[in-house]
Design a protein around this ligand. Structure first.
Ligand code: NAP
Length: 327
């Protein structure tokens, strides 16, 4: 699988990585055996970038990755985690003392002395403009607790604030065929500054696989049941902020655009990695089969300009009004 580097660090990432929120919680039941099989399938398919967070299953995702990698010393995987969401979401909690404590816990969970990449996990908006916050993050690097840091953001404005900072290595943002706004300003700005882009929620929480109908029911402990309207966290994280009924209809149209030999999910992933400036895309997977199929998208032929244009047109007609002004 092709690898790309984050220009501001020497970290590398396979162009298709793996999101591991599913291995923690919030997606219905994924048992330890299944979680291990997902990691194994991804690694065997050439994936060398895992995205996790201290809050996914309150550490379960980080610990599962640590157990897996301990058993596979032959692998060379960059592990990016996130911090901040276990605390009350107040700007005054984003201080060096807390960063050190959060970092200590993640280092224990991951079983490492130095974390490859730590990301602020969608903190309150003022945090992205605070000099003290970036000074504290620089201190974590100077103390050799983390090799590099980045941010995960909800909005394009938050991304642009972070890209302006000299030592931010990466910005993680929702980018998919139902969320194309970052392509207009954020991705070009990141590219010009040498900031890596980690594209998350690439399948719009599974919508872009085209497999759901209006009647699909998700488990009670799946955010696709309990966060459809942003009840627990930002609405954009669930189906990319698109209302489910609209999303199902638009996904059916999207699926029809898949060239022969592509699944709709692979079309979405291929569309993302073809955007100049994207470093890696991190689809979540609940099974080994999904992880394998997602990684395989990296080996598919390039999409034609006609297909790229048709995806853009679908966004404009069906989805733009719901998401463009909000994130
Ligand atoms: N604030 C943040 O920083 C933040 C927020 C959200 C996500 N993330 C990161 O981004 C990663 C990706 O986002 P996400 O997991 O929320 O959404 P996603 O990748 O868009 O969707 C994942 C879901 O898509 C379905 N799927 C995956 N592969 C498939 C395939 N090959 N064929 C058919 N269906 C497939 C599965 O749904 P089923 O379960 O229905 O099978 C899976 O649970 C996360 O795992 C996490 O690491 C970060």
């Amino acid at each position: 699988m092709d690898e790309r580097t984050f220009d501001r660090t020497d970290q590398h990432a396979s162009v298709i990585g793996l999101g591991t929120w599913q291995l923690g919680a919030d997606w219905g039941d994924v048992d330890d055996k299944q979680a291990h099989a997902v990691l194994e399938a991804a690694a065997e398919s050439g994936v060398t970038f895992f995205d996790t967070a201290d809050v996914y299953g309150d550490g379960r995702s980080e610990q599962t990755i640590a157990t897996f990698l301990r058993g596979r010393p032959d692998l060379r995987v960059t592990v990016a985690t996130k911090m901040g969401r276990r605390a009350e979401q107040l700007p005054q909690n984003y201080v060096l003392e807390n960063f050190r404590a959060w970092n200590d816990r993640s280092r224990r969970n991951l079983g490492v002395d130095v974390i490859d990449l730590v990301q602020l996990h969608c903190p309150p908006t003022p945090v992205y403009s605070s000099d003290e916050v970036y000074d504290a993050l620089d201190t974590l690097v100077a103390e050799e607790r983390v090799a590099a840091y980045g941010v995960s953001v909800e909005t394009c404005e938050e991304a642009l604030a972070a890209i302006a900072r000299p030592h931010v290595a990466s910005v993680q943002i929702i980018l998919n065929p139902f969320r194309t706004k970052p392509l207009r300003e954020v991705v070009p700005a990141a590219r010009a500054a040498g900031v890596g882009i980690i594209a998350r929620v690439p399948l719009a929480s599974g919508l872009l696989s085209g497999k759901y109908t209006r009647d699909t029911v998700f488990a009670a402990d799946d955010h696709r049941t309990y966060n459809r309207h942003g009840e627990a966290f930002d609405q954009g994280e669930t189906f990319s902020g698109v209302d489910f009924a609209t999303g199902v209809e638009a996904a059916a149209e999207f699926a029809a655009l898949a060239p022969e030999g592509y699944t709709p999910a692979q079309l979405a992933l291929r569309w993302i990695i073809q955007q100049p400036g994207v470093t890696t895309v991190i689809p979540g997977a609940r099974s080994a089969e999904q992880a394998r199929s997602n990684a395989a998208a990296a080996r598919l032929p390039e999409l034609s300009p006609e297909t790229l244009a048709a995806v853009g047109d679908l966004y404009d007609r069906r989805v733009r009004d719901q998401v463009e002004g909000r994130w």
